[in-house]
Design a protein around this ligand. Sequence first.
Ligand code: ZN
Length: 465
Amino acid sequence: MGISYFNSLTRQVEPFVPLDPAGKTVSIYTCGPTVYNYAHIGNFRAYVFEDLLQRHLEFRGYTVDRVMNLTDVDDKTIRGCHAAGLPLAEFTQPFKDAFFQDLEALRIKPADHFPAATEAVHIARMIEMIATLIERGHAYQADDGSVYFRINSFPAYGRLAHLNLDELRPSGRVNSDEYEKENIADFALWKAWSEADGDVVWESPWGRGRPGWHIECSAMATGILGPQIDIHCGGEDNIFPHHEAEIAQSECVTGHSFVKLWMHCKHLLVENQKMSKSAGNFYTLRDLLGKGHTGREVRYALLSVKYREPLNFTFEGLDAARSALARFDEWSRRLQDAAGPAAEPLPEDLKTEAFGAALDDDLNASAALGALFELIRETNKRLDAGTLTPGQARSLLAWRDEVNSILRFESEAVAIPAEVEALLARRAEARASKDWAGSDRLRDEIAALGWTVKDTKEGQKLSKI
Ligand SMILES: [Zn+2]
């Protein structure tokens, strides 16, 4: 059975077939953060979902070429830098740095390309695309000096968001980057300089100004990945107007169908409520780490619900993540202790395929986790009964490593302090010379530093208390 994913454009689950005639490489474009603030956990739900998507494709043998952009000029970043009294680049840099730290804490695989909208090569491409759109009658410069996309020149406009343009009756123009479907109108490609922009300004054939948010993504996506992309993803709030505009701009310039598969994850609620600063339930990753939760616990909580279901993020859920991960750790430890050197085939009733099959079925992460924990329960039972052979334990460890290449649930690497290492070495000497009293005393000293030591056939094994 192959992979199937839900396509937001057709609203159907479709078999996944890459554009690459060799069927090997998959291109993915994901709308990255707008660096005017720290990303919040709603943003990270989308980024963790996209990480799962990439790792699932790699698990199934594809090579992924992925772009995640950084929006470092738009209405929000400009407002932010003026409020902070800083030049734009100085204002956005700490949020870019923080974003990369957060990705690492959440174990999200870095994209192959992280273009930023303000890089000269991308600004040049935006200007080039806008010139082509004007030339072909898809855009025009209005009295206010800004350049707008003429939406009635592109009959497919509205298809992704499933808009009925007759009912919505688009009219006029809209200059802001974000707006509601009710205000649908010709949108800005190039915004003429206004006082509010301050020193955020570039020269263009239409006078001084700056790009609109939507053209940034079209330019970076087609500039790096070419006119056609396998998968474009983001949060569902990106569908309108952002992705709708990306399709119109890109297709009118390249003449190709822009994206084969559109994937969007649903929104996130916090304790059953919409997250907002005023409701006091607005969390960045740093907030959660500050409360003593770990990156992998947050990753688990964000992964555990299928991407097309709304996720209700709760502190109870984070506690549940902690105990699920403790079970995963304990199972890994037991397998390691039980494993022999050579792998043996697993009996048929240990169903290792169920995990991958659940992900093949439109990335059903909750079913995949269900399959994993079912297997953990079953193998623990056999470990208790002594019916799991050392060879089977070795095979299960190899399977765990495969599964974990997608999940990245391994425990944080715990460095053994030098002091403990030294005691451990002295204890090994004491045991070699059969000084059992000395060995026990050293065990107590090690315990006082927060570690337990177990004696096994392979020697002393250390674990954190
Ligand atoms: Zn975008």
